[in-house]
Ligand binder design. Structure first.
Ligand SMILES: C[S@@+](CC[C@H](N)C(=O)[O-])C[C@H]1O[C@@H](n2cnc3c(N)ncnc32)[C@H](O)[C@@H]1O
Length: 238
């Protein structure tokens, strides 16, 4: 059973999230395969299924762009962005995830990793990005009322925002609880996530100054039931 959440201050919430995501990382070690089905050593995957769905082209075709990933985890997608010659900046709240990312990809030119909460990082950076993305990452786990304005502020006009997450359960919209099981404790850790339909995401993106939003639910890999919600929009201006 999950105990009702007592009110927390921002720092306390931050520490709880870091603990929860470190626990997730320890319970899901391994990271990405050495090669994908095409024999490539780096690749981009927006979905929860291997060798499935669109690739890095969703982020547009600007050469030598500055790209930011929010909640980069063990860094497989970010590594691919770096190998294409872009500046690839990854932010993740979990030191365990980032240690794994550094160990595997730390030597790649152009790749930079920061152990920070996404909102904290974006409030501190002076850099402006051509593309910002998140794959089942920080955008899913942060209130879009805070996240979307923060992203808009760090994007160059005309830049691409894209993110993927699980589609909502019908009728369960807005803030939901995600449970992360702990090895020696029957009480799971709880993190918040924000679930919306494609139409709801479209309205939120427009409300926060993003143009041409395209939000859709992609079909799952063969034999699976749950698809993937993929959103793409442009930052206004440019
Ligand atoms: C489900 S994992 C996905 C990781 C990675 N994007 C992937 O596709 O494998 C979610 C990741 O987002 C990170 N995360 C969650 N909330 C975050 C936040 N507010 N700021 C930064 N990272 C966050 C977690 O630490 C975790 O690594």
């Amino acid at each position: 059973m999950v105990r009702p959440a007592a009110p927390m201050d921002a720092t306390e919430e931050h520490v709880t999230d870091t603990m929860a995501w470190d626990t997730y990382a320890r319970r899901k070690p391994g990271g990405r395969r050495e090669k994908n089905a095409k024999g490539e050593t780096t690749w981009f995957n927006w979905t929860q299924y291997p060798d499935h769905g669109p690739g890095v082209e969703v982020l547009g075709d600007r050469a030598a762009a500055c790209v930011l990933e929010l909640g980069c985890g063990t860094g497989g997608n970010l590594a691919h962005v770096a190998t294409l010659g872009h500046r690839a900046v990854g932010v993740d709240v979990s030191p365990v995830q980032l240690n794994a990312a550094r160990e595997r990809w730390g030597d790649l030119p152009g790749l930079e990793l920061h152990q920070r909460g996404a909102l904290d990082f974006m409030s501190e950076t002076a850099e402006r990005f051509d593309a910002v993305y998140s794959v089942f990452g920080a955008i899913w786990f942060t209130d879009p009322g805070q996240m979307l304005p923060a992203i808009r502020r760090v994007m160059k006009p005309g830049g691409v925002l894209a993110f993927s997450q699980r589609p909502p359960v019908e009728g369960c919209y807005g803030c939901q609880a995600s449970y992360i099981n702990q090895a020696d404790d029957p009480n799971p850790l709880v993190v918040k996530r924000w679930d919306y339909t494609p139409d709801m995401w479209t309205a939120l993106l427009k409300e926060h100054g993003f143009r041409h939003p395209l939000v859709r639910e992609m079909a799952p890999a063969e034999g699976w039931k749950t698809g993937t919600l993929l959103a793409r929009a442009l930052a206004s201006g440019g």
